[in-house]
Design a protein around this ligand. Structure first.
Ligand SMILES: [Fe+2]
Length: 169
């Protein structure tokens, strides 16, 4: 189907992000259970709960647009998930696996931050108003703080030495 205007593009991107958030509730749950690092596990579990709320906020956005909530596949997320699963199947070392989860989490948050930046920019151009923009901005803020939390973990002492071994300067 041909896409004709900015509004359709906005809804397309919104539907992809709706798919992403719903998938991530599962992925975060999986990573929270599989990591052997307590702080990471707690961090993933906390963000899973935030993500449930993010799904609801996106439903509010659909409602504000007077449209049914629809999910549309995101090949970006599928690629990230495929990458994580492939590494999981090849790695047995717990610490190395933790690094995979940390890295996967950071990449996902970056992708989500960019998605929300794109949505709010389109929303501004379309003059969609606060009913649409505020929930998107709230989600964006949560992705940013989730990213910062993971970034802190990536530089934490126990993980840092491994990180340094893996990324020789
Ligand atoms: Fe999210």
């Amino acid at each position: 189907m041909t896409m004709n205007d900015l509004q359709e593009l906005f809804v397309h991107k919104l539907a992809q992000q709706y798919y992403v958030e719903r998938e991530l509730v599962e992925a975060l749950d999986e990573m929270a259970r599989h990591t052997t690092n307590d702080r990471m596990s707690q961090g993933f579990a906390d963000h899973r709960e935030e993500t449930r709320t993010q799904v609801q906020r996106l439903e509010e956005v659909f409602a504000a647009l007077d449209r049914p909530a629809e999910a549309r596949n995101s090949s970006v997320l599928e690629g990230l998930e495929e990458d994580r699963r492939e590494l999981e199947s090849r790695i047995e070392d717990d610490e190395l696996l933790n690094m995979v989860y940390l890295n996967a989490g950071m990449m996902t948050e970056r992708v989500e931050m960019t998605a929300y930046e794109g949505l709010t920019t389109l929303g501004e151009q379309l003059e969609l108003g606060n009913d649409v923009q505020t929930p998107l901005e709230s989600n964006y803020e949560e992705e940013k703080s989730a990213f910062r939390e993971l970034e802190t973990l990536a530089t934490a002492k126990d993980l840092k030495s491994l990180w340094e071994q893996l990324t020789p300067s």
